[in-house]
Design a protein. Structure first.
Length: 391
């Protein structure tokens, strides 16, 4: 096949998801060596030339942005990875662990910042079906308490026992919400202002924030799928059904209702988030100045999950071949990967069908945005595979 045919396959792969009514729309932007490789938007009632781009709930793609702010703080000597969290929130000083036997016992060690960034803290999520602590989160509707400010939300988190002793396991969790609170203590500012000053302004991310201005509410992409963020895989539909969902109670869009978090909550556009991925690839800000030192970036991208904790599992979904660094997943063993990817590709995704990856060896970045809560269709992996076969 000619190279141009291979590039066209990307559009064809994306188009199938739309024509098969699996997603209402998909927008993507792929760059290689700083130049556009593939980009576009396909979907129902989409006008590609519309004046303003759609705004997306990016869910857990909020986490890498919080992580980068924390890494900047480490680089500046304001934060240390070995700092115990109770230095910032004394409610974490006497943590209990819910053992496999169902008994409560005192945690052997205190949670530190590195464990929060890498999800080795013992915290959990309500959608982790096999986790007794996650079940407690779901029962108490922890993530739906969107009326709490970040400080009170973190205190609420600390009231639950841990799923394991800090450092003795890996479980995807609300850890980055706590990191966001730590940053507020360090900088004595709200996390939204911290991100604006430390990340968004230097990178030129003008449309990423924890709410949507009233004049732009019509730009917020409709979301489909499950209404409940705590829904476990056992109860999810195996085929996507394009029925609109209302997630305002968990993920409010209006400024007066939005309470910033660290693990989710940001709204963004494909173009804006692409500016973030470009920085992760180059280490440079919008003016070409060093945003993060190359040595710090190399340090941040190292896998920090031991072999015996792998593969990473979120609810019932495995991530074979991947480890986890200070920012997100990172490919560490391509021989175990189940879709085409790069040797050291890294990135993350969101429960609402958002996804990004960065491949520094190939000078390749990709951002994909759809809006379907808890889709079981691996659309992003298939799109990424189409990109790699076209290189």
């Amino acid at each position: 096949m000619e190279a141009i045919d291979r590039k066209q396959l990307i559009d064809k792969v994306i188009g199938r998801f739309i024509t098969n009514d699996q997603f209402s729309s998909i927008e993507w932007k792929i760059e290689r060596n700083g130049k556009n490789f593939s980009s576009g938007i396909l979907g129902k009632n989409i006008i590609p030339e519309q004046e303003k781009a759609p705004i997306y709930r990016i869910y857990s793609m909020t986490k890498p942005i919080i992580a980068i702010a924390a890494i900047k703080a480490v680089e500046q000597g304001l934060l240390r990875l070995y700092d115990p969290v109770f230095n910032y929130f004394d409610c974490f000083k006497n943590q209990m662990v819910l053992s496999s036997s169902g008994k409560l016992e005192h945690a052997k060690t205190l949670i530190n910042i590195e464990q929060l960034l890498t999800h080795k803290s013992g915290l959990s999520y309500g959608f982790e079906a096999s986790c007794p602590v996650g079940n407690l989160y779901a029962r108490e509707k922890l993530l739906h308490k969107s009326d709490l400010d970040l400080n009170d939300f973190i205190k609420e988190i600390s009231n639950f026992p841990l799923a394991f002793h800090p450092g003795e396991g890996w479980r995807y969790s609300v850890s980055l919400d706590v990191v966001a609170g730590v940053l507020e203590v360090i900088y004595q500012k709200s996390i939204d202002k911290i991100l604006q000053e430390i990340v968004f302004e230097p990178l030129g991310m003008n449309e990423t924030q924890f709410f949507v201005h009233e004049k732009d509410l019509d730009r917020v992409a409709a979301i489909y799928g499950d209404d409940n963020i705590d829904s476990t895989a056992v109860f999810r539909n195996r085929a996507n059904k394009l029925i609109k969902s209302n997630v305002e109670d968990f993920y409010p869009s209006a400024q007066e209702k939005a309470k910033p978090r660290g693990g989710h909550g940001l709204f963004s556009t494909v173009i804006d988030y692409h500016k973030f991925t470009t920085m992760l690839c180059s280490g440079l800000d919008k003016n070409g100045n060093r945003f993060i030192s190359e040595k710090m970036m190399e340090f941040a991208l190292l896998n920090r999950v031991e072999e015996r904790r792998l593969p990473l599992i979120i609810d019932t979904f495995e991530l074979p071949g991947y480890g986890y660094n200070l920012i997100g997943r990172v490919m560490i063993d391509q021989s175990k990967a189940l879709s085409l990817t790069g040797k050291t590709e890294f990135g993350w995704a969101g429960a609402g069908s958002t996804y990004f990856w960065v491949d520094r060896e190939e000078s390749l970045t990709g951002v994909i945005m759809a809006q379907y809560l808890w889709s079981n269709i691996p659309f992003a992996e298939e799109i990424k595979s189409a990109v790699y076969q076209a290189l």
